[in-house]
Design a protein around this ligand. Structure first.
Ligand SMILES: [Zn+2]
Length: 488
């Protein structure tokens, strides 16, 4: 594992990527394709009347939010606003792409025709259907990117203002370092080629922050979402720059104004040389969890009453490294090759020492410990503080309600069990045991519409953080769950 481990992902889906399409369907597939054709035309029909109305969210809970979509399980889009910005049924998108891939793309046209939802249409003439269409598609990406980038700049300004407002005599240095870490983040505009799109986390709907590049990537599949949805997604990703893991990394600046992670705060000594940061000066210091400006919120979020984040113990993380080391040793004694693994073993040894030394902060780092829940809960929490401030500025209560509702687009678009289960059941019935890979992929998608180790369950994130926020509750007009208190 190359250090540092600073990539924080909003979601990781591994469903459709497991089966690759090739040119033709097998002869036995025709009956299945016939049935699928019927399903697809029913879906298209059901998708024609998507209402612009903001549904009533009666109680402040994920179940109540999802309940609004029980009649939309067969619809490609769950919600559209007056500007034509739409929330796709991401469960259906992922499901249909998995089935299509298994049957080796029997249909000429994808069910979802939006090029943003089929990123290959953004970079190959063949998928786009000609040169002119490809150009058109890329124009669409660029204009939606520009919209998202405008939202990014707004969120960044608001996040910095929020940090300023929290400054006290005691936390001044930590606030300063945190502001600097937010200031140097930018949005990553993808160069439209398959390498970048398919190998860096955009093979599925996704968004992520990378500490090494100080960049937030919002994948094309999210770019058609309403402004408010992008506002929350971007606020979450930007918040990762100061989450309890990434906060412990410092940054250095060169005379030319470029930034790098301070290797002294982000990797074992044996992994870097003094040369690697020669000519760089201190820019933003490491902020340990004890000095973190939101340490009370972090402790509250992690507590059993809220997200019950169980950060892995020092011993269990060290054991993971030990297990890796014994695995390598065993392999070596079998093959008789020792030289190749020397470097690997010494790297693991230094990782172990680094972790032992910085356990207090690194215990929150998902990529090291295998549990990223503390980082995610924090990013959700800080994002919702910014959303709350934004809602207060909206003069009309109808607009505030719409904004609050639209912030939840990703949570209901991807993770409502009623939506994912309906689609998976249908696909399974048609496919039977046709494709082992699809069967497995669908089972996975049904059992885990959320991510397990990297992210807490979506229902918990919505119930304990988003819809526990008083500002969001007020705007939505939902009845709060009295057993849940928002962390401050
Ligand atoms: Zn995240």
């Amino acid at each position: 594992m190359k250090l540092p481990w600073g990539r924080s992902i909003l979601l990781v889906l591994v469903v459709a990527g497991t089966v690759l399409p090739s040119a033709h369907a097998a002869p036995g597939d025709f009956e299945v394709i016939e049935q699928l054709t019927q399903v697809r035309s029913a879906i298209k029909k059901a998708s024609n009347n998507v209402s612009c109305e903001v549904p009533a969210v009666k109680s402040c809970s994920f179940a109540s939010l999802c309940g609004n979509f029980s009649s939309k399980t067969q619809s490609m889009y769950l919600y559209t606003n007056a500007s034509g910005q739409a929330v796709p049924n991401y469960s259906m998108l992922v499901n249909m792409q998995t089935v299509d891939a298994c049957l080796k793309k029997p249909f000429k046209e994808d069910l979802f025709t939006d090029p943003l939802l089929n990123p290959e249409k953004l970079f190959t003439e063949k998928a786009a259907g000609g040169k002119a269409q490809l150009k058109e598609n890329q124009k669409r990406y660029n204009s939606e990117f520009a919209r998202a980038n405008g939202i990014f700049k707004d969120v960044q300004k608001r996040l910095i203002a929020y940090l300023q407002s929290q400054r006290t005599a005691d936390n001044s240095a930590a606030i300063e370092a945190s502001i600097r870490k937010i200031e140097i983040v930018s949005m990553n505009q993808l160069s439209l080629n398959d390498e970048v799109l398919l190998k860096t986390g955009c093979e599925m709907p996704n968004a992520f922050y990378v500490a090494q590049t100080m960049a937030v990537t919002v994948c094309p599949q999210f770019l058609g979402l309403p402004d408010a949805s992008l506002f929350l997604i971007i606020a979450h990703e930007l918040s990762h720059a100061i989450d309890p893991c990434n906060s412990s990394y410092g940054y250095l600046q060169s005379d030319k104004g470029t930034f790098i992670l301070d290797p002294r705060t982000s990797m074992p000594e044996s992994e870097y040389s003094e040369e690697s940061h020669k000519g760089y000066n201190r820019f933003a210091d490491s902020v340990g969890v004890d000095e973190h400006p939101f340490k009370e919120a972090i402790a509250c979020l992690n507590s059993p009453k809220v997200m019950n984040v169980q950060t892995p113990s020092r011993a269990s993380v060290l054991k993971r490294v030990d297990d890796k080391m014994s695995f390598i040793q065993e392999k070596d004694s079998e093959s008789g090759e020792e030289k190749n693994s020397d470097a690997q073993m010494s790297r693991l040894q230094s990782e172990k020492e680094f972790f032992e030394k910085h356990h207090k902060d690194l215990q929150f780092c998902g990529p090291i410990t295998g549990n990223g829940h503390a980082q995610e809960a924090f990013a959700d929490w800080l994002a919702v503080q910014i959303v709350e401030k934004k809602i207060v500025e909206i003069p009309s209560s109808a607009d505030a309600k719409r904004f609050a509702f639209e912030t939840q687009a990703y949570s209901f678009g991807r993770s409502c069990a009623n939506l994912s289960q309906a689609m998976n059941a249908k696909a399974k019935k048609i496919m039977g045991k046709k494709c082992e890979t699809v069967d497995e992929a669908l089972a996975k998608a049904e059992l885990k519409p959320d991510h397990d180790h990297s992210h807490p369950k979506m229902a918990d994130r919505v119930n304990s953080i988003y819809l526990a926020n008083p500002g969001l509750q007020k705007a939505l007009g939902c009845v709060p769950d009295k057993t849940r208190n928002a962390c401050k």
